[in-house]
Design a protein around this ligand. Structure first.
Ligand code: SF4
Ligand code: SF4
Length: 456
């Protein structure tokens, strides 16, 4: 393959292609400077053995040029993630900024996002990120003991202090940041505490929760439980979306729902309009038939992943040989995004729903979740049902009335935050010793009522 080539865009392809998509670029492949136990992306290094996983200048330019010329939508996101993108060094991103300026079309607004574990963020990085308006996603799993359970260095030590140092620099340079928090076996019972920590201790105003679901088979489970960088037999296991078992780090289905409800009950009493929780916003938008997140949209396939060498895959969660669409040095990325294979990948999300999902009363919000999590039997024994269903159903049914109320406020041109007053009125009617509406079984006064009273 000629790694210098960068195909030109065929206008006929562009005419029938989606006007925008959200590509995730992995300039350092899946290599990382820490060793989070649940990070199956670490195992993807074995896809390209014996190679230096670093994006070349030629691939960088092909990527930026093709991305910008593919979009017929004024906003374009250049999304960097990994692995750990800081491993590329600052000069790589200086070049990326220059290339965006070079290839940006008139009227195009380009935002660069940067997902990082934060451990390498110093003043030089943060000054650069601020000067170039990068939006930073910082991975934190909660207060120290929860974060440090799985987010560890290669020597097995917790990374909390290193991440907090990075966050300190981000704040000092006023870099815009979001918190990305995985929901896993260690923090699943602490939704409210984790949320309060982000809001009160970290000053976060934008939070995304991502369930950890690591699939395994009977043959791979023991090795998978060791972590994805382990290679006990001298060879790393390559993570693929197969198997009906999950590792002991994975969140439980029911617990995922409880976590989300716990966060929602706190947020809905105090923070509507102040703190943005991605799934809550996505659910509210779904009231209007708008889908902002592939996972809960009817179809998907607009979030391909680009490896360091130009290989394009159907999705970041399907970086495995059978979902490789091609290479941007051979085929224009838009041609691959618009290809029949990729459209089928996205449409299958809707077309393979189990009967239970098709008949589900919260389908309009959930849409069966992400296909990567569909590996258990439905209530009536049909394969391909979502492992997280119990929790998703609990969350969407629990929040449905409040979401509808916020939707009505919004439709009337009133701020959705007005819902907080009506929730407080309901709380007063219910009284402090009634069961807490979060379903914990505790009295309201000793559960979500405690913070509500303090805030009052
Ligand atoms: S497979 Fe899942 S994560 Fe990937 S695009 Fe589809 S819904 Fe999104
Ligand atoms: S809640 Fe469960 S049954 Fe309903 S759409 Fe989601 S995954 Fe399907």
């Amino acid at each position: 393959m000629d790694t210098q080539a960068s195909p030109v865009l065929d206008p006929a392809v562009a005419a029938g292609a989606p006007p925008r998509f959200h590509l995730l670029a992995k300039p350092s492949g899946s290599t990382c400077n820490i060793d989070c136990r649940y990070c199956f992306f670490l195992s993807k290094e074995s896809l390209y053995p014996d190679e230096r996983h670093r994006m070349s200048d030629a691939t960088l330019e092909a990527y930026i040029r093709q991305l910008l010329e593919s979009h017929r939508f004024p906003e374009v996101t250049v999304a960097w993630q990994g692995g750990e993108p800081t491993l590329m060094g600052l000069d790589f991103f200086r070049k990326a900024v220059a290339l965006v300026d070079k290839h940006r079309r008139p009227g195009q607004r380009v935002e660069q996002t940067f997902q990082t574990n934060g451990v390498a963020l110093d003043d030089e990085w943060c000054a650069f990120l601020e000067a170039n308006n990068f939006l930073v996603g910082l991975s934190v799993d909660g207060p120290r003991e929860l974060h440090d359970t799985y987010r560890v260095t290669r020597g097995g030590k917790g990374t909390f202090d290193l991440v907090m140092k990075g966050l300190d620099r981000l704040r000092a340079h006023r870099v815009e940041f979001n918190i990305l928090c995985t929901v896993n076996a260690a923090n699943q019972a602490h939704g409210r505490r984790v949320y309060q920590f982000f809001r009160d201790e970290l000053g976060a105003t934008w939070i995304q929760f991502i369930p950890i679901v690591e699939r395994a088979t009977a043959e791979t489970l023991d090795i998978a439980n060791l972590g994805w960088s382990a290679n006990p037999r001298g060879k790393r296991l390559l993570y693929t979306q197969t198997g009906t078992l999950v590792t002991n780090r994975s969140v439980g289905a029911k617990q995922y729902g409880q976590f989300l409800v716990d966060v929602f009950e706190e947020w809905a009493r105090r923070d509507v309009g102040k703190v943005y929780v991605q799934l809550f916003d996505v659910t509210l938008e779904a009231c209007f038939g708008r889908y902002k997140l592939c996972i809960h949209a009817p179809t998907c396939g607009y979030g391909p992943a680009l490896e360091y060498n130009g290989d394009l895959y159907a999705c970041d969660h399907f970086v495995e040989p059978r979902f490789r669409l091609g290479n941007i040095h051979e085929t224009h990325m838009l041609e691959m995004v618009a290809s029949t294979a990729q459209r089928k990948f996205g449409d299958d999300k809707r077309d393979t729903l189990t009967r239970q999902c098709q008949q589900c009363e919260v389908r309009a919000f959930c849409n069966g979740g992400c296909p990567k999590d569909r590996f258990v039997l439905s209530r009536d024994g049909e394969p391909g049902h979502n492992y997280l269903c119990e929790g998703l159903y609990a969350f969407f049914s629990h929040t449905r009335a409040a979401m509808a109320q916020m939707g009505r406020l919004y439709a009337q041109g009133r701020p959705p935050m007005e819902i907080m007053a009506s929730i407080k009125a309901d709380d007063r009617k219910r009284g402090p010793y009634a069961p807490c509406p979060c379903g914990s079984g505790r009295k309201f006064r000793f559960c979500h009522g405690a913070a509500g009273e303090r805030a009052g």
